[in-house]
Design a protein around this ligand. Sequence first.
Ligand SMILES: Nc1nc2c(ncn2[C@@H]2O[C@H](COP(=O)(O)OP(=O)(O)OP(=O)(O)O)[C@@H](O)[C@H]2O)c(=O)[nH]1
Ligand SMILES: [Mg+2]
Length: 489
Amino acid sequence: MAFDFSDIVEEARISARALMDFSEHLFNPTVRLGITGLSRAGKTVFITALVHGLTRGGRFPVFEPLAAGRIARARLEPQPDDAVPRFDYERHLHALIDERSWPNSTIDISELRLVIDYQRLSGADRTLTLDIVDYPGEWLLDLPLLHKSYEQWSNESLALSRGSARRPLASAWHAHLTGLDATATADEQDALAAAKLFTDYLRACRDERFAMSLLPPGRFLMPGNLAGSPALTFAPLDVPQDGGAPDGSLWAMMRRRYQAYKEVVVRPFFRDHFARLDRQVVLVDALAAFNSGPDALLDLEAALSGILDCFRIGRGTILNALFRPRIDRILFAATKADHLHHSSHDRLEAVLRRAVNRAVLRAEDTGATIDVVALAALRATREAQITRGRENLASILGTPIKGEKADSETFDGNTEVATFPGELPDDPQTLFNGERAFSGLSGPTPDKADFRFLRFRPPPLAREGTEDLMLPHIRLDRALQFLIGDKLQ
Ligand SMILES: Nc1nc2c(ncn2[C@@H]2O[C@H](COP(=O)(O)OP(=O)(O)OP(=O)(O)O)[C@@H](O)[C@H]2O)c(=O)[nH]1
Ligand SMILES: [Mg+2]
């Protein structure tokens, strides 16, 4: 791809920033850890549990530096970037522990600095600064747009929307599109109507019944302070990939706004946040995708390969070649594993690994080490064996959130119930083929399993003596060991 002057200026900026970060990190070793995932994937709970575990000495047997007693202290400190909101750790923790409710949805980027005093394996005392950056996965999936023309993006979006799973959701938008002449004089009302119908279609795809993942542009679903601005008032048009837009046409207007979106939204995110990360966690609500069937799973896989593509952006270009690639570890984590019996945790991991591996094959080498884990940042359930007649059923116990329904029962938010988690198949491939549709999770009886309709409250926690309160989790320590274990050796 040819680079124009603004690309070179942009690269110079990114490189200057990298040099500044680098010299600062020489004196003060710092890891910038990005935590991302689509909306409701579990980012806020993950960060809160991780920070709580590190600062209060959580039960993390697989996180070697802590288990070996080499971490003297971990504390919060003011974050380095003044223009980024602080991750509201205290409020989220209060919700989880004191109110036993899940934190509210967060729609913006936020940041938190954790400083860890530790002893090296050699015995020397050292300090590691961990800057945790929480940002919506929808923004990450926008990065591939940087290298796509409006016409290319239009064609890809249309092709995607014509697939069998999405077509019914796109019918109103498609019908509007048929009546539009891209080369006719630009009309604001046409642009508004197209953008609205296109956004409705994206929103429908995201609905938990369909659980699609690949839905750029990200700000169409999370507009923040850009709601209603021209940079969000565009949509794909049925135009040729290599055609030229006539001056003053609807096509030219859409194309200009698409470019504006990239300049105002995508590029600043890449420069100010993404390009500065050292390590990345991508949280995935894989269970939601399984529940929606093979189409959602294939869509998730396409999103994963889109994500992997992001880690190559900027590589091999002139100025960045002077600097080592920044992101050297990527962890894909399937969240909410506590909705499954532990016998299925390895299987959950296997399905995600399978999806990631196929995505890795499609994306070229990212230059980073990749790992996959199934976890629950805050375990809301316990396990029990329940006897029904002669059958011994592995079940999970938890308190469904007030108003949750299963079968004909509506829960009051205080009663603990036993439910039967669905079983994942031995062979992950069957989920992709749709040979065996996944029957769902956590139903009142094994045949009624469907986890989407049953969400549990955070667990009740009791302080043991004078000990600090611990948050129960599944494999959070394994995630930590992969993410920062080597930095604390
Ligand atoms: N059982 C269980 N549920 C979880 C866990 N983590 C997250 N959840 C559920 O997932 C929902 C979303 O979690 P959040 O951490 O708020 O997700 P997020 O990615 O920050 O979501 P947004 O801020 O909306 O983008 C929560 O409200 C819980 O219902 C977990 O470890 N166990
Ligand atoms: Mg959040």
